[in-house]
Design a protein around this ligand. Structure first.
Ligand code: GLU
Length: 476
């Protein structure tokens, strides 16, 4: 069935949910209970700035409380609205279930263009918004735990954590009220780049299965694959940099606010990012072809398209023109339900948002656990692990000397083998394991059921089944 009208973001998520739920045998009424957003709090508050009171509108939606706390970022953007926040909250429920992060789904947003305010103003606005949410337990370590999203970063999370501390001075677990904090405010190593890292791990896992790669009419490994990326923000930048530096991918196109740049030989991600930070756009990047019509580049020929910016960028107007055989949804909801249908019809393989960008919330989960346990990961084991490895190395070297075997362990091997895992290594290992396991669970459904033809529906099926079993455990 072709949709005549473009669905809204929330409708898109619901359409995808419904397609999956229709294939499941859920208890009567449970499908609706899972699908609907439980509540959305809308707050309008005033902040005195530049000699007058400015009124801001903020949201915090709670989609599903089958597990608590509920989890999801806070977005700062002018386009924030209730439909969007509810769609994003629903995606959080499915995402957390798919990667087995023990949270319900939530999301927040503030209608603001953060570039219009200086740091001090943003701090006052953020603290005021946080105050409104904390007052209603919509920020709370055991009830609702926000994180960064578009337009927010570590800085805002540190203000929120501090605001919570001021209002709940005796809460020993207060730091766990928000994730994505700077390390010195209770954050965890590897959180900033976690979503980008998760995208890399997701793509590596996909390429470990030649059968799956063949479905996208591709072959081989990630090495040499030609990628077009939309959005060089925190997620897109890290994903592209890792893929370029560690997996041999070529980033042949980058789409940003002011247009796109193309270079078949591969764009140096780090330098493009520096140019973007300096000039505010990609225009004028030396040696690359520039086009002001950035959106048209989504339809350029490439191996892999990574939309890492806004929702709805691939829609009914351009889905037919997309040439990439593989799309990785680094953003939340970049493909509308109508476009999804068109792309599926063409045989495009989509690694869906609820899986592809789940690295952020996965490492948020580790941060929350770290805050509740009040100890850095690896602190107890690291040196003990090193000492045990040293025993083996010493024994091998002694054996070799005693028997005159002349064995020598290469200094590189010794260095790597002897080093015990610190927090960053453990976070990466946990994230990699999570991304592999979640892919396996989707893949079993994708390949194992005749009525499932795409990874998105497979992912929704896994997520819905897990949420349904949580509800069953609650007696619903
Ligand atoms: N905002 C991110 C997302 O959309 C991260 C959420 C979190 O860490 O709670 O997944």
């Amino acid at each position: 069935m072709q949709h005549l009208q473009e669905p809204s973001f929330r409708q898109s998520v619901d359409i995808m949910f419904n397609r999956a739920a229709a294939l499941l045998d859920l208890a009567p009424g449970l499908e609706e209970k899972i699908r609907v957003c439980n509540s959305t709090y809308v707050v309008r508050f005033g902040v005195r700035l530049r000699g007058q009171i400015h009124t801001f509108t903020g949201y915090r939606s709670v989609h599903s409380e089958h597990l608590e706390p509920v989890k999801g970022g806070i977005r700062y953007a002018l386009a924030v609205n209730q439909d969007e926040v509810e769609a994003l909250a629903a995606l959080m429920s499915y995402k957390c279930a798919l990667v087995e992060a023990p949270f319900g789904g939530s999301k927040g947003g503030l209608c603001i263009d953060p570039r219009q305010y200086d740091e001090e103003e943003l701090e006052r606005i953020t603290r005021r918004f946080a105050f409104e949410l904390i007052k209603r337990d919509l920020i709370n370590p055991s009830q609702n735990v926000p994180a960064p999203d578009m337009g927010t970063s570590e800085r805002e999370m540190a203000w929120i954590a501090d605001q919570y501390h001021r209002m709940s001075t005796t809460d020993i677990n207060g730091r766990a009220c928000v994730t994505g904090k700077p390390i010195n405010a209770g954050g965890i190593a590897g959180r900033v780049e976690a979503t980008g890292r998760g995208i890399q791990y997701a793509m590596r896992e996909f390429f470990r299965h030649p059968e799956d790669v063949a479905r996208a009419h591709l072959d081989g490994t990630l090495d040499g694959k030609r990628i077009i990326l939309q959005g060089l923000g925190n997620v897109g930048y890290h994903a592209a940099r890792f893929l370029e530096e560690e997996d041999g991918c070529r980033i042949i196109g980058i789409i940003e606010r002011d247009g796109a740049i193309i270079d078949e030989n591969g764009l140096p991600v780090e330098r493009v990012k520096a140019h973007l930070n300096e000039t505010g756009g990609v225009r004028g990047f030396p040696g690359a072809e520039y086009t002001a019509d950035g959106m048209s580049v989504l339809a350029h020929e490439c191996d892999i398209l990574i939309p890492a910016a806004l929702e709805g960028v691939i829609n009914m107007s351009n889905a037919h023109a997309i040439q990439a055989p593989l799309i990785v949804e680094a953003a939340n909801g970049p493909i509308t339900a109508a476009a999804d249908e068109i792309l599926r019809g063409k045989g495009t393989v989509i690694i869906p948002d609820l899986y592809a960008n789940a690295g952020g919330v996965t490492v948020s989960y580790f941060e929350w656990v770290k805050n509740l346990s009040h100890i850095r990961f690896g602190r107890m084991q690291r040196r003990q692990e090193e000492a045990r490895h040293q025993l083996i190395v010493d024994e091998l070297e002694k054996l070799s000397a005693d028997k005159g075997l002349g064995w020598t362990l290469s200094p590189d091997f010794k260095e790597k083998y002897l080093r015990g895992a610190g927090e960053l290594e453990l976070v990466r290992s946990g994230l990699d394991d999570t991304m592999r396991a979640a892919y396996q669970s989707m893949r079993e459904v994708w390949h194992g059921r005749d009525d499932v033809h795409d990874l998105r529906i497979a992912g929704y099926i896994v997520a819905i089944q897990r949420i349904a079993s949580s509800y069953r455990a609650l007696g619903l």
